[in-house]
Design a protein around this ligand. Structure first.
Ligand SMILES: [Zn+2]
Length: 219
C-alpha cells in the first residue's frame, strides 16, 4: 500500500473525502470532558482538512454564555447560533466535518435537530456532537437521547466525583437553590457526582419517584 505521504495530492484528497459519513456523540455529566473530546476530534479533522481541502465547522449555542476557556477552545471556524434551523445558513460545500457542542441548550428544538443531523449525514458529512445526557433530576435531554439513537458511535464519559473522588461520576448535582431546568452552570451551580453520592432533588423524593424506600440497598 502506498504510504499517505507519497500519494498523489488528488488521490489523497479523494481518499480523505470519501470516508463514510458518520454521526458520533460525546455525552456524560458536567466536567466529564465532553467538549475536550469533541474538540480533540475536530482538531484532528482540521489537520486532515488542510491536506485534503475540506473545512471543519463548530456550532455552539448562543444561550451558553459561559466565558471561553483559553487553550481549551476549538481553533477552527466556530459559529454561535440561537436556533438549529440557522445551521444551513452557515454550511458550505467544503464543510465536510461539522461539530455541535452543548446541544442540550437546543432541547426545545430536538425534532428539528434530529432532521438537521440526518440531513448532514445523508449529505456525506461527518457530524460530531457533545451534550449532557441527564439534567440535575436525572431526566434525559431528549435532543441527546434521540441523537444517540441515530449515532454510529457513542462515547459516554465519566467525571471525578466531587464528593468522594471516584472517577465514575455520571450525574450532575445541582448545588444551588435554582430550580429551572436550564441554568448555565459553573462550579458554583453543579458538582459531578457518582451514583452513590448523587442526591436526588427533594421534590423527586417527595413525589415517590425514587425507589429507595421500596427496594433494599445492595450490600
Ligand atoms: Zn461519589
Amino acid at each position: 500500500m502506498t504510504p499517505v505521504h507519497l500519494m498523489e495530492d488528488k488521490m489523497l484528497k479523494q481518499r480523505l473525502r470519501s470516508q463514510p459519513a458518520e454521526l458520533v456523540v460525546y455525552t456524560g455529566p458536567m466536567w466529564s470532558g465532553k467538549t475536550g473530546a469533541l474538540n480533540a476530534q475536530l482538531e484532528l479533522a482540521l489537520i486532515s482538512g488542510k491536506r485534503a481541502g475540506f473545512r471543519v465547522l463548530l456550532f455552539m449555542p448562543k444561550k451558553d454564555t459561559r466565558e471561553t476557556r483559553p487553550g481549551k477552545e476549538f481553533s477552527g471556524e466556530t459559529v454561535r447560533i440561537a436556533h438549529v434551523t440557522e445551521v444551513f445558513d452557515h454550511i458550505c460545500e467544503d464543510h465536510l466535518v461539522i461539530g455541535f457542542d452543548e446541544i442540550q441548550f437546543f432541547e426545545e428544538e430536538w425534532e428539528e435537530f434530529k432532521n438537521v443531523s440526518k440531513k448532514l449525514v445523508r449529505s456525506g458529512r461527518h457530524v460530531h456532537i457533545a451534550g449532557l445526557d441527564l439534567d440535575f433530576k436525572e431526566n434525559s435531554f431528549r435532543i441527546v437521547s434521540e441523537t444517540m439513537a441515530l449515532a454510529q458511535q457513542i462515547y459516554k464519559k465519566e467525571a471525578v466525583c466531587d464528593r468522594c473522588g471516584s472517577f465514575h461520576a455520571s450525574r450532575s448535582q445541582r448545588i444551588s437553590s435554582e430550580t429551572d431546568r436550564f441554568v448555565v452552570g459553573d462550579s458554583t451551580e453543579y458538582e459531578a457526582r457518582c451514583i452513590d453520592c448523587f442526591e436526588p432533588p427533594i421534590d423527586d423524593v417527595d413525589s415517590g419517584e425514587t425507589t429507595s424506600n421500596e427496594i433494599p440497598s445492595a450490600t
